[in-house]
Structure formats: structure tokens, C-alpha cells
Design a protein around this ligand. Sequence first.
Ligand SMILES: Nc1ncnc2c1ncn2[C@@H]1O[C@H](COP(=O)(O)OP(=O)(O)OP(=O)(O)O)[C@@H](O)[C@H]1O
Ligand SMILES: [Mg+2]
Length: 252
Amino acid sequence: MQPIIIALTGKGGVGKTSVSATIVKILTEKYPDKKILAIDADPAIGLATALGVMPKITLDDIRNKIIDSVENGNTKDAMELVSESRYKIYDAIVQKDGFAFLAIGRPESEGCYCRINSYLKNVIEMVSNQFDYVVIDGEAGIEQINRRVMQKVTHLLLISDSSRKGIEVIKTIHKVAGRMVDYDKVGAVFNRVEDISLLGNVDIGEIKQLGVIHSDENVLQYDAGGRSFIELPEDTAVVLEMKKVLHNFNIF
Ligand SMILES: Nc1ncnc2c1ncn2[C@@H]1O[C@H](COP(=O)(O)OP(=O)(O)OP(=O)(O)O)[C@@H](O)[C@H]1O
Ligand SMILES: [Mg+2]
């Protein structure tokens, strides 16, 4: 079976990481027997904290090792590292109760190193294919859409707050994703909405609105305290609404 790959994007600070962590919580509880992978695609590695994970190495650490060898002229070592990276990626995966975790770091930062990057892209795809559900917490903004981790997803989830800027960003991402991302379904979630009437005149064109999450005191508390979102209470706004969203998105 092909994995269900849910990728979250949107403007900075709109709640991508909080919502990603909540999705992982919901999926692990609903599907204890399924293989679930959480991918932190934001170099700031916020999802690790939200899921109570301590990543040892990132995919970018592996990539940098290869690049160092190339730059030091150790081409043979570099080639060995490339073929080993298929196994090294498993060192980068942290296994937790009910889910696995992988941090990307900063892929494709400086320089091209195209062959290494496209090789690692295949490695990510290979790993994803061994899971039933993959949740990708993206970096803020549009750049990520051009990057390899977002190229093939089944469900593209656009997150916005009620601000004009947040909404413009999801509309732009939607437009660009039409060309750049091979996705099956796309939809939007409004998060941290204080006043629902603010969404009254919002026009998101043909993007389906999947849900609205109100301000949730627990999210702030868990975030501030560095507590794992896996332990969020069941009756908190973000958990209740995201269950509806996943249902509206045909994930369950
Ligand atoms: N529904 C909510 N209610 C209250 N606070 C929230 C809610 N969602 C997110 N927050 C808070 O908003 C802040 C930003 O959330 P989060 O880190 O999830 O956003 P992000 O989109 O991942 O940000 P970044 O672009 O920096 O990665 C955090 O302090 C978080 O606790
Ligand atoms: Mg984040």
C-alpha cells in the first residue's frame, strides 16, 4: 500500500508544528498497529520538542559528511558514504512509542550538490514507503514547496490564522503547489482563531476549508512547558477539531 503523506505548510507562526504534532497524536492513538513517521522538515526542529523526541542526527548531517568528503577530494569515501546513506538514514530515525521520527535539517542549502540531493530524495521516498502514514511539518513560507520533501504528498494541508497575510500565503502556496507538488488532495485549516466572524469575508477561492481551530490554552501551555503534544487531553480544541479535519480530508 502507498503511504498516506500529509504535509503541512503556511506562513510562519500559524501553528504548523502544533497541528502536525496533534495529527501524530491522533494517528498513533487511532492506529496503534500502523507504522507512522513524523518528519520534521523545518531546520529549527520544533516538531521534535512538540513530540518529546531528541534527534541525534539529521538527514542534513549525513549529507554534509558526504559533501565534506567530496570537497576534501576523498571521492572514494564520498561514494561509500552515498551508498551507506541508505542505512545511515535509519540511524537518524528515532523510534518512539507508536511512531518514528526523522529530522531533515537544512536540505539543499548552499550550492547544488544535485546528485547528492536527488539521491537523498530517493532515500526519503524509500523510507516513506515503509510507513503507512507520514506527517511532514514544513518550514514556513513558499520555499519548502520547491524543496524535495514536499514533492510527492497525498494530502497537502494549508494552515493559516485569520490574518490577511496568512491567507495570502496559503493562496500563493496553493497556486505554486499546483505546478510543483504532486498531491491528491488539498485543504485549509484556520488555526488560533479568536473570533470566528473574522473569517466571514475570507475568500480562499477553490481551496476547501476543512476546519477552524480556536485559541487553545493547552497548546500554549504545552508549548511553553516543552511538553509532548502526545499527552494533550482528548477534549482540547486542537484535538477535537483536527479529528474532524482528518475525517473531512478522508484520512479516516
Ligand atoms: N490553537 C492555538 N491556540 C493557542 N496558541 C496556539 C495555537 N496554535 C499554535 N499556537 C501557538 O502559536 C505559536 C506558534 O505555533 P507553532 O510553533 O505551532 O507555529 P509554526 O507555524 O510551526 O511556526 P514556525 O513557522 O515558526 O515553525 C506557539 O507559541 C503555539 O503555542
Ligand atoms: Mg514550526
